[in-house]
Write a protein that binds this ligand. Structure first.
Ligand SMILES: [Zn+2]
Length: 96
């Protein structure tokens, strides 16, 4: 905590969800810095391609095969970009 900041929850101070770098601008409501937005797109592309070619794959398998961290995949789940199907952590692409 930086004590020079009177209010650490000041709404205009936003940090990147991934690297926690301070964001200078509001990038269209996305809480990621430009570097991480590119990385995010790349990671999602890898995850998506893997899921498309491997039906009934699991979150763990996708993470291992693509090198995309579990935390990042779980973030895609929270963003409704992919879906966890059942308790065995099967994963599929969100139908939109
Ligand atoms: Zn970032």
């Amino acid at each position: 905590m930086d004590s020079s900041l009177p209010n650490s929850n000041f709404p205009t101070i936003r940090t990147c969800q991934r690297c926690h770098k301070l964001l200078n601008n509001d990038y269209g409501g996305v809480s990621l810095c430009p570097d991480c937005i590119d990385k995010d797109k790349e990671d999602y592309r890898k995850v998506k391609e893997y899921i498309q070619s491997h039906v009934n794959t699991s979150v763990f398998e996708v993470s291992q095969a693509t090198g995309v961290g579990l935390k990042i995949i779980m973030q895609f789940v929270r963003e409704d970009r992919v879906q966890i199907i059942d308790t065995k952590n099967k994963i599929k692409l969100e139908d939109k």
